[in-house]
Design a binder for this molecule. Structure first.
Ligand SMILES: Cc1ncc(COP(=O)(O)O)c(C=O)c1O
Length: 407
């Protein structure tokens, strides 16, 4: 069976160019970048080249890049590196667990945390950020794009609020990097997290952008690696892969790749909305017009990264649909966490005020440059068929039909 992967927000495969760039550093050029001899120098040069490539994606200085093991480590470094007991943190209720759970742990350690609510369209209101400020606020952490809905947050406005209040601003850009342009000066963030495996670099790679002069306590202590900001022998091949992936992602923002992904997302979303009753978009008031391109802005809906659509299919269980689609070869995501046998609806959709039944009936489709128009065509056949079949079987649907007949 042909398999179709539409779960790029979970992870993406390596691009062949990325693997090719990494390969020498897995076998022949295996040096430790801290070694003085030529093996070490080769590894060091490769890391510094990757740092330049990553900096270009974020429009920052190479020296402001600290390589980490991924988004989770970067987020944790931002939170635990800045805050001390008695400090106040402002974050949002729709952050990824890498921020949310770190913030809860910080609470246990005596840090005061405000979790901001979001609008029904999944956006943090900058006004709420201003209102939450306290004399002891030391950090604001609001993500750039949400992993489940793709909704882009007003980070530039939040950056201005942070600058005026002279507070450190961290943004988790894991789901934004490579999908929309990022300019750290325009955002005004001091810290920014990025993960390699969301943009076709290996899993276990990532970085933290640290604005020059921003003081923070490292998470890991040991050698003087990464200018004493992150101890541990560098993952040279992984870093080289991340650099190459960043270079490719940057090109993709202007060479038509990103736009093509946006057009495919638009066609998938519009097609499913047209074919399926009682189905809608989570995170957009209205659906973007066909071919909305890179971002569905303003009137057309909330701004979203171009690759993501989160849809609800009322009167069925999202998990059941996910499994039915997987059996037919289409991989998507449910956005809910299965723990001890019970399926918890997504905290993001709950924070947006979706009724639990609708949150449970939602699926995320997230595309990458590797998806094709043929795959969109296939999904436009598979999803409506699976939804119709499951609804026929669902008790909620039988009840709905019985009520309709009785009226
Ligand atoms: C928004 C966001 N932040 C952080 C992470 C964690 O990144 P990593 O998997 O590199 O630890 C993810 C991963 O899904 C994410 O989507």
């Amino acid at each position: 069976m042909r398999r179709i992967y539409m779960d790029a927000n979970a992870t993406t495969p390596l691009l062949p160019e990325v693997l090719e760039a990494m390969q020498p550093f897995l076998i022949n050029s295996f040096g430790n970048a801290s070694s003085v001899h030529q093996h070490g120098q080769q590894a060091r040069a490769a890391i510094e080249h990757a740092r330049e490539q990553a900096a270009a994606l974020l429009h920052c200085q190479a020296a402001e890049i600290v390589f980490t093991s991924g988004g989770t480590e970067s987020d944790n470094t931002a939170i635990f590196g800045i805050l001390h007991p008695g400090d106040h943190l402002i974050t949002s209720s729709i952050e990824h667990d890498a921020v949310l759970h770190a913030a809860r742990k910080a609470q246990e350690r005596g840090i005061d945390v405000t979790f901001l609510a979001v609008s029904s369209s999944g956006m943090v209101d900058p006004f709420d950020v201003s209102s939450a400020l306290k004399p002891n606020t030391k950090l604001i952490s609001v993500m750039m794009a949400n992993n489940e809905t793709g909704v882009i947050q007003p980070v530039e406005q939040i950056g201005r609020i942070a600058a005026e209040a002279e507070i450190v601003f961290h943004t988790d850009a894991v789901q934004a990097a490579g999908k929309i342009p990022i300019d750290v000066s325009a955002i005004g963030c001091h810290l920014l997290s990025l993960s390699g495996h969301k943009l076709h670099a290996p899993q276990g790679t990532g970085l933290l952008y640290v604005h020059r002069g921003t003081r923070f306590e490292p998470l890991l202590f040991g050698g003087a690696h990464e200018r004493q900001r992150r101890a541990g022998t560098e993952n040279v091949a992984g870093i080289v892969g991340l650099g190459k992936a960043a270079e490719i992602a940057l090109a993709g923002l202007t060479d038509g790749t990103d736009e093509r992904i946006g057009l495919m997302r638009g066609r998938l979303e519009q097609g499913l909305l047209a074919k399926i009753h009682d189905c809608g978009v989570n995170g957009a008031h209205r659906s973007p017009p066909q071919g909305a391109g890179v971002v569905a802005w303003g009137d057309a809906g909330q701004p979203r990264v171009p690759n993501t659509t989160n849809l609800y299919f009322d009167r069925l269980e999202g998990e059941a649909l996910l499994i039915a689609l997987d059996l037919k070869g289409l991989a998507v995501s449910g956005g809910s966490a299965c723990s001890s046998g019970s399926t918890e609806p997504s905290h993001v959709l709950k924070a947006m005020g979706l009724p639990l039944s609708r949150a449970r009936a939602s699926l995320r489709f997230s595309l990458s440059r590797l998806n094709t128009e043929e795959e969109i065509d296939a999904a436009l056949e598979l999803v409506p068929t699976a939804v119709a079949r499951l609804r026929e079987l669902s008790p909620a649907c039988k009840k709905h039909l019985a009520e309709a007949v009785a009226k």
